[in-house]
Design a protein around this ligand. Sequence first.
Ligand code: CP
Ligand code: NVA
Length: 301
Amino acid sequence: MSTRHFLTLKDLSSDELKKLIVRAGELKKMRNDGVVYEPLQNHVMAMIFEKASTRTRVSFEAGMAQLGGHAMFLSSRDTQLGRGEPVEDSARVISSMVDVVMIRTFSHETVETFAQYSRVPVINALTDDYHPCQLLADMQAYHEHRGSIQGKTAVWIGDGNNMCNSYINAAALLDFRLHICCPEGFEPMQSLLEEHGDRIQLFRDPQEAVRGSDLIATDVWASMGQEDEQRMRERKFVGFQVSPALMDLANPDAVFLHCLPAHRGEEISEDMLDDPRSIVFDEAENRLHAQKALLEFLLVK
Ligand code: CP
Ligand code: NVA
């Protein structure tokens, strides 16, 4: 069988994604109960980071250790990747020595090329276009707090970025509706909007967008690599802040998600993360459990 990669959520079938979310919940319970489960003994993961990270690094490194394996942190600053060694050569070499590779980088093409030349599974840990690992955690968080998301309405407020693109894929696989509310010029990938137009509605007014919704998510206005655009974006995104008052216009049992790190006073109000409707710290913890489920899915036969 050919090697399975996880470059976008679409590398999973709808059924596989649903099972993975349930399995993530089981692994969370096992950890809370103190159960030792080490199916990845003698397995090594290479973690290539070309951008900063807290959650992704800690969750993958801790997750591999808890599953009995080992994770190796590789920064592009200290490897030959940062000195121009071709991705194709790096992929062949690194994948000949480890069992799975995780990459956080800029261009999505880099992870695609790496996967093409890799003999072991490659996991996308964030590119400019997608952040599928985060969606595993988001969908697990919704599932554990509210049950199935099928038929519900999620709202994405803010930048049509890598997270927003991954929300579109999640909506398609888990069959929910998605309201996307962004300023003009900050829409998600056009091809995704066209492909999934039947379940997506575009809004410009957050107050209209959240009406009748069950999940509200947002993210920073300037992603990693867009630091130079911070000021310009602060001006363009005025009015796109998520606050408890905005949440009041959604369904009474709506939850709030944010992949973190968050900027209080920008995309969220000072008090949003402390609101009882915010489940962001469960969402963050779930990076650990959801990625352990992913590693088990990819590596344990
Ligand atoms: N949400 C997320 O990916 O966080 P880090 O950038 O800290 O890994
Ligand atoms: N959209 C953000 C997500 C960070 C986890 C970024 O790409 O920087």
